[in-house]
Design a protein around this ligand. Structure first.
Ligand code: ATP
Ligand code: MG
Length: 157
């Protein structure tokens, strides 16, 4: 179904607002208004999983930024945090089923290691890609793309 990706992102942000506030984490959204044809419930699940991690692995008072823009011919959604970060050797592994980074910092957070596995499966099923990078200072940015699907089937020439 057709939906406004910007609306979806703000709905997802509202869902984590209460838990973010408990840790004084601020959530910021920056968007370019767009319409996307995709499975709304599934895309919401992807954003929800990444946002949940961003809040979970953020320090008290951290900032989370959600950004939506066009990148080449695709939508690009980026979610950055100022959290504990991920070592580059783990970049591929964290998308594996049940994989959780084992270190002292992550020991304090509950989870089963499925969020990113599911997110990747959904993004790939939509023809998009998902990846991450560490920020210059601290924390992580997760990116995923969604192809722009024309709103109507193109007429047969
Ligand atoms: P679940 O999502 O199933 O509740 P989870 O959050 O542990 O559990 P994933 O969302 O799949 O599982 O993430 C896998 C692992 O990647 C996490 O356990 C954590 O070690 C690491 N990780 C994910 N997001 C971040 C982040 N924003 N900052 C730091 N580490 C992260
Ligand atoms: Mg998770």
């Amino acid at each position: 179904s057709t939906f406004h990706l910007a609306d979806l992102l703000s709905t997802n942000i509202h869902s984590v607002q209460a838990s973010a506030e408990q840790h004084a984490i601020s959530l910021n959204l920056q968007v370019q208004e767009t319409q996307v044809i995709a499975d709304q419930a599934r895309i919401s699940q992807v954003v929800g999983n990444i946002l949940d991690n961003a809040v979970k692995y953020s320090p008290y008072g951290g900032q989370v930024h959600v950004n939506l823009c066009m990148y080449q011919d695709k939508y690009l959604i980026s979610i950055s945090d100022q959290g504990i970060g991920v070592s580059p050797e783990q970049f591929d592994h964290i998308f594996e089923r049940f994989y959780r980074v084992q270190n002292t910092a992550s020991k304090h957070f509950a989870g089963i290691g499925l969020g990113l596995y599911v997110a990747k499966a959904i993004v790939n099923a939509h023809g998009g890609q998902i990846w991450l990078a560490n920020n210059q200072g601290t924390g992580t940015t997760f990116h995923f793309t969604l192809p722009v699907v024309p709103p109507h089937p193109s007429p047969i020439a």
